[in-house]
Ligand binder design. Structure first.
Ligand code: AMP
Length: 480
């Protein structure tokens, strides 16, 4: 297929600037297909693998088409996990940075009250998990009256996780005139039934697996017995010496147990599973994304959508029970055109799954012999050297975030200040243009304004002696 450039699509300069800063030059196949039709606002069903660039595929047209001046949410994106809600918010904030798009992430096990306050402020996009979104809709703290776009992301996982009733209830709150998009890696009969509830004459876009990153992945399988798995893991990671690796187990107990063992063996690792506090889950994912440790031990909670750059290996310490889970776990590596390797520890019990994956999903497994002790010993030195070297990971958002200073002002809604008042005043400062003003967050008694393009210090100085709507506010750089 011919490579396109983002310049070929009707995208504004603000979005192109963000794409440039993110180093997204060529659209992925799913982005090309979606961008080619999304501006006609036809409903879409998009079948595409995880890691194929789906977030920007719906994020770009949404960021382009939302009206900045409107205060109530114009796009609702439902995702299956809290981590994904946070990640989608961050991705869309980066894409919409120069258009000053505001996105909120709304998920369970976080303060309802704080979310209520956030939802009462200006938000263009809301990304969230179904349970908490429904809760806000039922309590009247999330208004969808001006909604124009609805996205069901990772729809197959929504159904697997039993969210179908909540999703159906949310659909009842959507205004009839809207564009809806469903993204899924697989299409079951249940999914088709669900799609009929909220999509009107959708265009179906199907991205063949070869066009996505899955083909960049080498799938290997090693036969073992349950009792030998830990020793196999030790030898495997010494020999493979991954830069960054997720090790999947089937239960929280297995994750806890394996983390302890790897810890005792002095491997820099941490864990994530659904039994942990949400803040701890976010902290672990954050540190892993930054490369602060190389091995993440996880249940399937980390299998969906989570985007960690340069993940070289996925190890199925326990193989999952369903083939879709294998595909999703595996999709954590080989992302964005990079290559990756998965290693499945196959016991007698999990052999049928491997057979099914070969037959139904056409995965070409390479069988590796159980590594010998001698083989592992040959690699010990370089393994030890690597675990002592900190990982340097590229921060994708860095290009978009650089040169931004967040300013704090001690006045907000209670002083009857609105975003236009800040924009109007700041844009009049000599040497500052409208494009230098980023996201504005107005709360009851304070306001945060992002100043872009390195103009923060200039604006800070000027605003110390400039009134807004006749009021002199205190201003300083916001603590992050
Ligand atoms: P997603 O499927 O949305 O989770 O995206 C998978 C990965 O591809 C993420 O790391 C994105 O940042 C990256 N990505 C998405 N679109 C592009 C693009 N056009 N060029 C380069 N990388 C991209």
């Amino acid at each position: 297929m011919t490579l396109q450039h983002f310049n070929q699509y009707p995208l504004s300069d603000e979005l192109k600037q963000a794409l440039e800063a993110l180093h997204f030059h060529t659209p992925t196949p799913v982005q090309h297909e979606t961008l080619s039709v999304a501006f006609s606002k036809q409903d879409l069903i998009v079948k595409s693998q995880t890691g194929s660039g789906k977030t920007a595929a719906y994020g770009l047209p949404i960021c382009e088409m939302v009206d900045w001046a409107e205060n109530k949410p114009q796009a609702l994106i439902l995702v299956p996990t809290r981590e994904l809600a946070m990640q989608v918010k961050q991705d869309l904030t980066s894409l919409g940075r120069f258009k000053r798009i505001k996105a909120a992430a709304i998920y369970g096990k976080a303060s309802f009250q704080a979310q209520k306050v956030e939802l009462s402020q200006k938000n263009h996009i809301v990304c969230g998990t179904p349970g908490r979104i429904l809760d806000h809709l039922e309590k009247g703290t999330l208004s969808l009256e001006n909604l124009k776009f609805f996205v069901l992301d990772e729809a197959d996982e929504m159904l697997n996780m039993g969210f179908i009733d909540q999703v159906s209830s949310i659909i009842q709150y959507l205004p009839p005139k809207r564009m809806s998009m469903l993204f899924s890696a697989t299409m079951s009969d249940d999914m088709k039934k669900l799609s009929e509830q909220f999509l009107q004459s959708p265009k179906v876009i199907e991205i063949a697996r070869e066009e996505t990153s899955v083909q960049q992945i080498t799938h290997t399988v090693i036969e073992t017995e349950e009792e030998s798995k830990f020793s196999l893991l030790q030898r495997t990671i010494v020999i493979e010496n991954p830069d960054s690796c997720i090790i999947f187990c089937n239960t929280q107990d297995r994750v806890n147990e394996l983390t302890l063992k790897l810890d005792e063996w002095d491997v820099p690792c941490d864990k994530i599973h659904g039994g942990m506090r949400q803040e701890d889950r976010f902290d672990v994912m954050d540190e892993f994304k930054k490369g602060e440790f190389r091995y993440l031990i996880a249940t399937d909670i980390a299998a969906r959508g989570i985007d960690v750059s340069d993940m070289t290996h996925v190890i199925h310490y326990d193989l999952p029970y369903e083939k879709e889970r294998y595909i999703h776990r595996t999709g954590r590596t080989g992302r964005a055109g990079k290559s990756g390797k998965t290693i499945a520890f196959m016991t007698k019990n999990s052999k049928p799954l491997i057979d099914e994956l070969k037959q139904d999903a056409g995965i070409d497994f390479q069988t590796q012999p159980y590594p010998t002790k001698e083989e592992a010993e040959e690699h010990v030195e370089s393994f030890e050297e690597k675990i002592e070297t900190p990982v340097q990971k590229e921060n994708k958002q860095a290009g978009v975030e650089k040169d931004i200073m967040k300013l704090y002002f001690n006045g907000g809604k209670k002083k009857k200040l609105r975003a236009v008042d800040f924009v109007g005043t700041i844009a009049k400062i000599e040497g500052v243009a409208f494009d230098d003003i980023g996201i504005i967050t107005i709360q009851d008694t304070k306001t945060y304004v992002d100043i872009l393009n390195g103009k923060g210090p200039l604006v800070l100085n000027a605003m110390r002696h400039t009134t807004i709507k006749g009021k002199q506010l205190k201003v300083h750089e916001a603590r992050s």
